[in-house]
Ligand binder design. Sequence first.
Ligand code: ADP
Length: 189
Amino acid sequence: MRVFLLLGPPGAGKGTQARRLVEKYNWGYLATGDLLREEISKGTPLGNQIQPLVTNGKLVPDELIIALVGTHLQEGRDYLLDGFPRTVPQAEALDQLLRSRKATFKAAFLLEVPEEVLLQRIQRRAAIEGRADDNPETIRTRLQEYHTKTAPLIEYYRQRGLLYRISGVGEVEEITQRIDNHLSTLLKE
Ligand code: ADP
């Protein structure tokens, strides 16, 4: 089992790129944001507990996320992770989980997009998808959460030689190609 990660701020295009890569390589796909929204829409106990946090753009506590991921990662297939890990403790928990399953973390692809472009993209998505957390107040909180809690992962994966910086500006297809260029080498190893 090999694991790849898409890292980057809200609006960087992780979900868009993820769908394309997962289809191309037939990987499993795990997006914690999607899993959490599903729990909320079903009104499960977990969903009710996290609903105010997600709606306000705050991160959900690490323990809840780690438990959720543990139940969704199936053995015996490669995975693309989107939106997890989002904190250093989550990354450490993932490393431990992967060790126990004899799996390898292969690469973290960091999608880099200037902040003004992020804001434009999220506003457009808000108009199209109507996500409850795509409003100006919440977007500010999500970007703050990213800078304080998630951005340290850039250094975490860089130190381990696992970080690949990808410009997230340009056509969707072009950005996929940038990631693919690295994958063609990584998948041969
Ligand atoms: P985006 O990347 O656009 O912010 P996501 O769909 O990945 O959107 O996440 C939406 C929300 O779900 C986050 O703002 C946060 O509240 C919660 N969330 C998702 N993944 C995690 C995580 N790994 N740890 C904590 N909270 C998370």
